[in-house]
Design a protein around this ligand. Sequence first.
Ligand code: MN
Length: 311
Amino acid sequence: MYQKVLKIIDKYDKIIISRHNRPDLDALGSQLGLKQLILDNFKNKKVYAVGDMTRTCFLGDMDDINEDEYYNSLLILTDVSVSELLPNIPYEKANKIICLDHHENKCNIKNALAIYDHNAAAACQIIAKMALTNNLVITEQTFRCFFSGIISDTNRFNFSLSKDLFNITGELINLGFNYSDIYNIMYSEKVSNLKMKAYFIDKFVVDSYGVAYMFNDASVFEKFPVDFFSISRGMVNVMANLDGVEIWCNFTEDPMTKKVVCEFRSKNIPIVDIATKYGGGGHKLACGATINNFEVAKKIIEEFDNLLKGS
Ligand SMILES: [Mn+2]
């Protein structure tokens, strides 16, 4: 399966790589790592990384390309396989599309070749495995990308443990590159962020069924002038690892679109079907959706209550 991907890469002179919008480190790591991997292992390829950036990232920047570049190109999408979560790119113009994903979605991107590994903890794990099993050269930049994605999507091996994950991470570490600075970048926290967390810790509520939640209207961004991601995804886990809380959700109004972006997490009970029902998706225990208003959010909380009633 990976060889098929490498054969397709080999056929194209122009390769554009993207990932889901509002990228996390696994999205950026898999995207930028694959870009570097292709540059280091294939001759005479033009490789571009494209998509929105919510903030600057220590792994690298996006390329600014003309729409015409999509013609005759191979487009590879990492960490995503549904059109709703793509950045605003003219993906239909690409000659061929490949998705490399670990999410529990069904690919709905027209004519795309979707390659899934649902056991992979990170998209970076999939691409690192492709590189390692085919003896591709992994340079320091590629290593940094893959390692960061694996560490962040697993939260330092907290969310998932598997032999494959450890084997691949072990082989990456065995390459001998320094990773302690990556840990320093990823896990040092600004005082202002911790103070912001204190606000959200104080704010969330827990209902009688064990669902914790908070509603953040757009005014929180006046109180805390941070990017959307820092509150929507960044604050959901202030409700994690709590006795009596089985499912926790963060509902945040996007000041730009006025839509409500939902982040859902669960200790044990799979919740992704509910995320999918509301137009979202993700992983069994960590997923999200975008909905029209807080009234819909209340309905979703009721659905989670019903799940817990039945458990
Ligand atoms: Mn991922």
